[in-house]
Ligand binder design. Sequence first.
Ligand SMILES: [Cu+2]
Length: 122
Amino acid sequence: MNTFARTLVLAGLGLFAASAPAFAHAHLKSANPPINGTASSPSELDLMFSEGLNLKFTGVKLMGPDKAAVTTGDATLGSSGDTTLVVPVTGTLAAGTYMVAWHALSTDGHKTTGTYKFTVKP
Ligand SMILES: [Cu+2]
């Protein structure tokens, strides 16, 4: 293996090593209503993350079946710990599929974002 090829391989390994800690960031593990699940109109959205959350920089946008934004209450951390985000839903959600776009800042200082859907049954 010549020096150039060896450098490329080492650089590749370095990239892999650098990206591995990404798994320690706040990833969404589960939610209620469940991810891709069906439920009655919820009184709140619960998002369970893999890491502790910095509430100030963590939140969700809820979009309704008509793609319009649905107003939600102020998010809080769950009573069981700082890995759960609780978002109050003020009104009754009409039947249809909703999208939750979340952003999180974990206590280790890393940002993550994602989306998921759930369906409110008639
Ligand atoms: Cu992290």
